[in-house]
Design a protein around this ligand. Structure first.
Ligand SMILES: *Cc1c(COP(=O)(O)O)cnc(C)c1O
Length: 451
């Protein structure tokens, strides 16, 4: 409905209502503010006028770096020095002893699995609320992924439920710092100390996140990072293993480089009995070095905006920003996660809420589906290799024990996400996000009927 039509309709209604509702009796009334009060999905004006932020952000520095690699003719990491420079710079940034750059976040997880010699018969504990790569890294090794349910308040794996999932076959515990916010790391450190089972951080979304002032990736035996296009540090495709264990670094390096002589030339020993090629190129490392010149500012900006958005959204009943555990000194805010409680929105469904936000100019995602319930994951119970390795009864039992009721609630009706680049906008952008949600809440009953 265009503005003129709205205006005409309003004047008609005002006339019907009679003298008590004359425009002149509202001194501050303006057509614009009246329209602002109405959700865009019902014909009102969009609340969000900000541009957000395009992603990726790049310029001269990226171009110059790429040209330099191109002209050098040294395009692979075995020839050039750019990857080594990146690894040292990233290690310094994280305060870690060793960084091994690889060609994706999945490759980082794969190198870690390889260095741990994870294989058939082994179990690896993972969350059901994650990108499928976490699961794939386990299944590619014919190990059994064991799901531990989600803590609804944080959207992270529930650390208090990990002990119950440990068996004599558990070879690794691999939580994910989802959305760039740390899991309850102290509890994982305690578990790994008590049981001796390695704690691996899937930090693929958590560049620069901190737990008690120490960057994530440093708390377990190793951490995996992703530099895929959507991630907060991005070179299209890329990844890194971070560790403070020299021998484990050697094992990862050897695994990712066909058990050839060590990449850092300081060791020549073969480590392990399996390996592959997961090497990164100099072009990718060059972009990473360039992007790192922007990283600190972006981390700061996301955090400031997220804190401000938290303060605004906490005043709206039914909008619950994800809890961060005590010990979190910084989230990377790859995702701004919150829960939508429909009982505060006239029982309007989450889909309708997201549609209403889209009309306001805001991209909001319902987040991941329940991985443990997906056809892809469930079909593992029927896989002939798995049935041979574990036996049919065990695979049937595995399928039955995969239930994660809290995660079902989160995925099914509550989760809502804004992505990191929205947090690179202005303070006013944050105010407009809150304004859009307030409008939608006020008119929820009408939207529920109309959409
Ligand atoms: C992105 C991501 C990965 C995989 O990284 P790629 O670089 O895409 O291979 C793994 N785990 C999580 C949680 C991720 O978000």
């Amino acid at each position: 409905m265009d503005n003129n039509l709205n205006r005409r309709k309003f004047l008609q209604n005002a006339a019907i209502l009679g003298s008590g509702f004359a425009i002149s009796s509202f001194p501050h009334f303006s057509l614009a503010s009246w329209q602002d009060g109405k959700p865009a999905i019902l014909g009102g004006k969009k609340a969000f006028t900000g541009a957000g932020s395009a992603w990726p952000i790049f310029g001269q520095v990226e171009g110059d770096g790429l040209q330099k690699v191109l002209q050098s003719g040294l395009w692979g990491r075995l020839n050039g020095s750019v990857t080594g420079n990146f690894e040292r710079a990233y290690a310094d940034l994280l305060g870690a002893q060793h960084v091994l750059a690889v060609n994706s976040g999945t490759s980082a997880l794969t190198a870690i699995m390889g260095a741990l010699d994870i294989g058939p018969g082994d179990e690896v504990i993972i969350p059901p609320y994650t990108f499928v790569a976490t699961y794939n890294a386990v299944v590619l090794n014919h190990a059994l992924p064991i799901f531990v349910d989600t803590d609804l308040s944080s959207s992270q794996i529930d650390a208090t439920k990990v002990d119950a999932a440990i068996t004599t076959n558990t070879r690794a515990i691999m939580p994910v710092h989802l959305g760039g916010t740390p899991v309850d790391i102290d509890k994982f450190i305690e578990i790994t100390k008590r049981t001796g089972i390695p704690f691996i951080e899937d930090a693929c979304q958590a560049h620069m996140a901190e737990w008690r002032g120490v960057k994530v990736g440093n708390h377990g035996l190793a951490g995996a990072f992703s530099f895929q296009s959507s991630k907060n540090l991005n070179c299209g495709e890329g990844g890194a293993v971070v560790t403070n264990d020299g021998n484990f670094y050697k094992a990862c390096s050897s695994f990712h480089h066909q058990v050839q002589e060590g990449i850092d030339k300081s060791f020549k020993d073969r480590v392990g009995t399996r390996s592959t090629n997961l090497r990164i190129t100099e072009f990718q490392s060059s972009i990473l070095l360039s992007q790192m010149t922007r990283l600190q500012d972006q981390v700061q900006r996301r955090q400031e905006n997220a804190f401000y958005l938290d303060s605004l959204l906490r005043t709206i009943p039914g909008i619950v920003p994800a809890k961060q555990y005590e010990g979190t000194t910084r989230s990377a805010y790859h995702i701004y996660m919150f829960r939508y409680l429909k009982e505060h929105f006239a029982n309007m469904s989450r889909d309708q809420f997201i549609k209403a936000l889209a009309a306001e100019g805001l991209a909001c995602s319902p987040g991941y589906g329940p991985l443990n319930r997906s056809e892809y994951v469930q079909s593992l119970a029927e896989n002939r290799h798995y049935q041979k390795i574990y036996g049919k009864p065990r695979m049937k039992q595995w399928l039955e024990s995969n239930a994660c009721p809290q995660n079902d609630i989160l995925c099914g009706e509550q989760a809502a996400w804004f992505m990191q680049n929205m947090l690179l906008g202005t303070r006013k952008d944050m105010e407009q996000i809150a304004e859009a949600i307030r409008k939608i809440q006020k008119h929820a009953a009408a939207i529920k009927k109309a959409v």
